[in-house]
Design a protein around this ligand. Structure first.
Ligand SMILES: NC(=O)c1ccc[n+]([C@@H]2O[C@H](COP(=O)([O-])OP(=O)(O)OC[C@H]3O[C@@H](n4cnc5c(N)ncnc54)[C@H](O)[C@@H]3O)[C@@H](O)[C@H]2O)c1
Length: 246
């Protein structure tokens, strides 16, 4: 995937989409691709510098928010909807990694990873619902992880629990919000972003023998957010180079 944002089909023309974690990695690639496909964007992150960069790249409305702050998320959703004239798509890409054995990860660290990766995503969805509910065909995409499908790598227990929770949160929301709002998760394997800096990835764990670039995950998110996936809800799409079956 050599182009930074290869969208040329304007598949998201007229769409108004809120993305969390948009300042870096998968969220940022998604924002670049969605802007190229014609969407208006509300971009949330706690990282102000990264937000300024993605705003310049995409023309999106940016909100510096920690998604564990429920009131701040509510306010950003309201302001984002006002700026865009509504919200008809949500991508939850904000997340943190946590490595460590059960013996070493204390309860505060456990709570933090659940709070960001699971509760934060719930908060974003919940505060966007009043606008999503007004749309005929709204779509939510949660970025889970291969660890949410096949948690077989040691010392990732809290992270895997948060991401497994996100897969099931997605399914429960899909059931509750049907038929007007579709909800799916995308489950990447190792992706070349700052999140995995210093982690020795093993390309041989992947049938495709390499880790992913962020834009390859963004393309899957585009499919799920667009009407191309109009009959897909409650799905967990592995974008993991074949790791979870390999
Ligand atoms: N990189 C991988 O190998 C990989 C694999 C599977 C799943 N994921 C998931 O993909 C998502 C994106 O990860 P990435 O690799 O792009 O990482 P990243 O670190 O490049 O980007 C994550 C972004 O989320 C933001 N963020 C984190 N906590 C936040 C909070 N409390 N409030 C607001 N913003 C917050 C960060 O500031 C950052 O901009 C995460 O949910 C991650 O768990 C990543």
């Amino acid at each position: 995937m050599s182009e930074a944002h290869p969208g040329k089909t304007r598949r998201l023309a007229g769409r108004r989409i809120l993305i969390s974690g948009a300042a870096s990695g998968i969220g940022r690639a998604t924002a670049q691709l969605f802007a190229a496909e014609g969407a208006a964007l509300a971009l949330l992150d706690r990282n102000a510098d990264g937000l300024a960069q993605v705003a310049a790249e995409t023309g999106g409305h940016v909100f510096q928010v920690d998604i564990t702050d429920d009131d701040a998320v509510a306010s950003a959703a309201e302001q984002g909807a006002a700026a865009m004239g509504g919200i008809d798509g949500v991508v939850n890409a904000a997340g943190i990694a946590l490595r460590g054995s059960v013996k070493d990860v204390d309860i505060a660290e456990w709570r933090r990873v659940i709070d960001v990766n699971l509760t934060g995503s719930y908060s974003v969805v919940r505060h966007c619902l009043p606008w999503l509910a007004k749309e005929a065909s709204a779509s939510i995409v949660n970025i889970s992880s291969g660890q949410g499908l096949l948690p077989n790598i040691p010392n990732r227990t809290a992270y895997a629990a948060s991401k497994g929770g996100l897969v099931n949160l997605t399914r429960a929301l899909a059931a509750e919000l049907a038929p007007s709002i579709r909800v799916n998760s995308v489950c990447p394997g190792l992706v070349n972003t700052p999140l995995i800096a210093g982690v020795p990835g093993n390309p041989n764990a992947y049938a495709l023998r390499r880790i992913a670039e962020p834009m390859e995950v963004a393309q899957a998110v585009l499919f799920m957010i667009s009407t191309d996936s109009s009959y897909v809800t409650g799905a967990a799409l592995a974008v993991d180079g074949g790791r979870s079956f390999h």
